[in-house]
Write a protein that binds this ligand. Structure first.
Ligand SMILES: [Mg+2]
Length: 232
């Protein structure tokens, strides 16, 4: 039997690690477009979800200083489009508030809440996300000691800024910290580059990319992760 694995701090990705991301974004965008159809019909006659996505992508290229902050990109894009079609641009703030309200209505996978409660009893837990969910407004409120987003630290993973932020906050060396995430590059490889260990949360049986060294472990959910930590 392998010994218990001992870490003092866990950093944990959110989207597609603790809840499925795509259905949440779909619902948030549907709510937003429904609101825009009533509030800014000329804009919605001229634009569609695809052209608005293109507008956001162009904005990320043209405004690199906000590209890491997807809420700022969405707000600026709506601001520009509302102005262009003759509406009060400050409606963008109402639109974003509505979008984020839906965005935080995530549905964690069944294993997540019991596992985070158990893991939190023995480790400090820090959420690290490139996305714009606000953990304190989700069903996972209260389960993390600290939550960091790309918007908070000014850079998205694979940039190490969020990992460094978590380690500095905890006063923990990288080798005493473990990262959990679904993305081989943005999560596993990014954390390893800093000297942390990293476990791949592979909920849907994907193939590990050939170009990367294998992860310390691959698990299908957080219940399996707990067994791995116990050395089982
Ligand atoms: Mg993710």
């Amino acid at each position: 039997m392998t010994a218990k694995r001992d870490f003092s701090l866990l950093t944990i990705d959110l989207d597609d690690t603790l809840w499925p991301c795509a259905p949440t974004i779909r619902r948030a965008e549907a709510g937003l477009y429904h609101w825009l159809e009533r509030t800014a019909p000329r804009l919605m006659d001229a634009c569609n979800p695809e052209s608005m996505r293109r507008h956001r992508r162009e904005l990320m290229t043209n405004r690199p200083e906000i590209a890491h902050d997807i809420t700022a990109v969405r707000r600026q894009s709506l601001w520009d489009l509302l102005s262009a079609y003759g509406y009060d641009a400050t409606l963008a703030d109402d639109a974003i508030a509505l979008f984020l309200e839906h965005r935080n209505r995530v549905e964690p996978y069944a294993d997540v809440i019991p596992a985070l409660q158990a893991l939190g009893a023995e480790h400090r837990l820090v959420s690290v996300t490139n996305g714009n969910a606000d953990v304190t407004r989700t069903p996972l409120r209260g389960l993390f000691d600290l939550s960091l987003s790309a918007a908070d630290v000014g850079a998205q993973k694979p940039d190490p800024a969020m990992f460094v932020g978590a380690l500095e906050w905890g006063g923990v060396l990288p080798e005493r910290a473990l990262h959990l995430g679904d993305d081989p590059h943005l999560d596993v490889e990014a954390a390893r580059c800093l000297g942390m260990e990293a476990v791949w949360i592979n909920r849907d049986g994907r193939q590990w990319p050939d170009e990367l060294d294998p992860p310390a472990a691959e698990v299908a959910d957080l219940a399996q992760l707990r067994l791995w930590l116990e050395g089982k």
